[in-house]
Design a protein around this ligand. Structure first.
Ligand SMILES: NC(=O)c1ccc[n+]([C@@H]2O[C@H](COP(=O)([O-])OP(=O)(O)OC[C@H]3O[C@@H](n4cnc5c(N)ncnc54)[C@H](OP(=O)(O)O)[C@@H]3O)[C@@H](O)[C@H]2O)c1
Length: 284
């Protein structure tokens, strides 16, 4: 019987995970009052108390610009808390699924990033997430680090909802046209995670299953677009009543506290080959 601890039940991915994982064991999703990732002792205690067989960590400090003025907090939540999760998972013999970001790269590559590309974060958020990745990879536990980018959903804070909100308020919007990503629905991330978890549970030898697959995977939709073109597509949707006039601008004309990589497109080839085109002979 699997016992899955989800470290946050709100958030774009956390919210969807609780739904997607139904039927895959006992699902325990906690909120910030139960487990605050900034409180490392509490992270230790909650995991020891719940004794999960699998920890899934969608919680993170995701405010990219704010992180520049709160580097210690960002590092604690994105770097040190995942390290504690890995440490506790090791003691319990549990597995850990963690999410990371394409902002571990500097964005200078021409084309999509693969898992073997060298990392080089250019902002505090990216550095803090890389630190979390490294701690988990070094722990020697069964783990998956799923890097994603440009996540959107119908709730929470994301580019899609911000554009809809701004279009209601303004007649014209200036949108950066030289930053590229591939907008990825949080439900796709959660459903893919559930698909992977189901495969692991269906394996006759779960230990070998994790040994053979542990590591880093890029998980992102495969339709590259700029922020401007994404906004244009949003405004063109027939259900959008109030449309704003869009003006493309270069990122240099929209200065922000953090440096934002111009390319965060990730190739999802590896998870496709490993999990999607995988045939176990059993229904996952
Ligand atoms: N959003 C993106 O575009 C994007 C891009 C690349 C990678 N990712 C990664 O994907 C994963 C999921 O992101 P997401 O889009 O679902 O992020 P999100 O919507 O910002 O959700 C993050 C969650 O973490 C929680 N959280 C923040 N600080 C916390 C703390 N001290 N203790 C406990 N919980 C805390 C937040 O709680 P509150 O709701 O209370 O603040 C929120 O529920 C993260 O690892 C993120 O780094 C996201």
């Amino acid at each position: 019987m699997s016992r899955v601890l989800i470290t946050r039940k709100t958030g774009q991915v956390g919210y969807e995970l609780e739904r997607s994982l139904q039927g895959l064991g006992e699902i325990i999703a906690v909120d910030r009052s139960q487990m605050n990732l900034a409180n490392l002792n509490q992270v230790h205690d909650v995991i020891r108390h719940i004794k999960p067989t699998l920890i899934i960590n969608p919680a993170a400090y995701t405010a990219v610009d704010k992180a520049e003025s709160e580097p210690e907090l960002a590092l604690r939540i994105n770097g040190e808390a995942p390290a504690v999760m890995a440490e506790e998972a090791k003691k319990l013999g549990a597995a850990l699924i963690h999410y990371s970001t394409g902002y571990v790269f500097d964005g200078s590559k021409d084309g999509s990033y693969t898992e073997s590309d060298p990392t080089c974060p250019v902002n505090v958020y990216g550095s803090s997430k890389l630190s979390g990745e490294q701690a988990i990879a070094a722990a020697g536990i069964p783990h998956l680090i799923l890097r994603t980018s440009s996540v959107y959903s119908t709730h929470g804070k994301n580019f899609l909802l911000t554009m809809l909100h701004l279009a209601n308020e303004r007649e014209e919007l200036s949108i950066v046209s030289d930053q590229y990503g591939a907008p990825t629905w949080s439900r796709t991330i959660a459903d893919t995670t559930a698909h992977i978890v189901a495969q692991s549970l269906a394996a006759t030898d779960q230990r070998t299953w994790w040994e053979e697959r542990s590591g880093l995977y890029h998980l992102m939709a495969q339709r590259t677009t700029s922020r401007f073109d994404f906004t244009d597509a949003i405004m063109a949707h027939p259900l959008i009543a109030k449309k704003a006039l869009l003006k493309p601008i270069p990122a240099r004309d929209y200065p922000l506290p953090a440096k934002w990589p111009s390319n965060s497109v990730l190739s999802s080839r590896r998870p496709m080959d490993t999990f999607v085109n995988y045939h176990s002979g059993r229904t996952p």
